[in-house]
Design a protein around this ligand. Structure first.
Ligand code: 13P
Length: 256
């Protein structure tokens, strides 16, 4: 068995009111809220965190946010800090998602500040990396992933490295129905693992989870999750319905 517990995280993006989120969480908890074989995290929009937390209480399902600001407090209109998330029982936070990189111009340096601030506040960052279609076609996938990973993890200590989760999300596979082949995904995941070995040493690198994200669905998940270095999924579209999300959890439990 792997040293790494599989992790299935649902990124709801800008979907679901607080009330819709509670209904979804209730169904997820009913179907998968007692098992401990796989770690399950749901990431509603900020407005749904508090009510989702109340519904998750007493279950094994954890709560994540989709973003945060690196500063602890201050004049940052519209932003949310790590401490505010912690106060809502959030344990994970997605950082550096490609949608934030492209639509909100987030740089690797800014994402790195968030990673460090999240770790300091005892939140587990889910650091997203991945190439665009143009970058893949020009043969620069590994270079792009390396730059994003090394810059995003700059200054992370060995002690805290196992609290980081990496998500490899090829931009061309997000929301497009075009999933990376198992070979394409495993190649990049193994490459990320080798970079983690260089940064933190082998023992720590073997404990860091690397998730795949990009059109992961119940139909393609078993093959992806069976790959040596694919430790779970960061799920967009298929996390918006309990049935498909729970099927993904079940697929991960079957492989463990
Ligand atoms: P889809 O599963 O909708 O492709 O989204 C993936 C993603 O961006 C998760 O963060």
């Amino acid at each position: 068995m792997s040293l790494r517990k599989k992790l299935i995280a649902g990124n709801w993006k800008m979907n679901k009111t607080a009330a819709d989120g509670v209904a979804l969480v209730a169904d997820i908890v009913a179907a998968a809220g007692k098992q401990n074989d796989v770690e399950v995290v749901v990431c509603p929009p900020f407005t749904g965190l508090e009510s989702a937390a109340a519904k998750l209480e007493g279950s094994t399902v954890k709560l994540g946010a989709q973003n945060m600001h690196p500063e602890a407090s201050g004049a940052y209109t519209g932003e949310i800090s790590a401490g505010m998330l912690r106060a809502l029982f959030v344990s994970h936070v997605i950082l550096g998602h490609s949608e934030r990189r492209s639509y909100f111009h987030e740089s690797d340096a800014f994402i790195n500040q968030k990673v460090l601030a999240a770790l300091k506040a005892q939140l587990k960052p889910i650091l997203c990396v991945g190439e665009t279609l143009a970058e893949r076609e020009s043969g620069s996938t590994l270079k792009v992933v390396q730059t994003q990973l090394e810059a995003g993890l700059e200054g992370v200590s060995k002690d805290l490295a196992t609290n980081v989760v990496i998500a490899y999300e090829p931009v061309w596979a997000i929301g497009t129905g075009k999933v990376a082949s198992t070979e394409q995904a495993q190649e990049v995941h193994a490459f990320i693992r080798s970079l983690l070995v260089k940064l933190f040493g082998d023992a720590i690198a073997q404990k860091v989870r690397i998730l795949y994200g990009g059109s992961m669905k119940p139909a393609n998940a078993p093959e992806l999750l069976a790959q040596k270095d694919i430790d779970g999924g960061l799920i967009g579209g298929a996390s918006l319905e309990a049935r498909s999300f729970v099927e993904l959890v079940t697929a991960a439990i079957a492989i463990k």
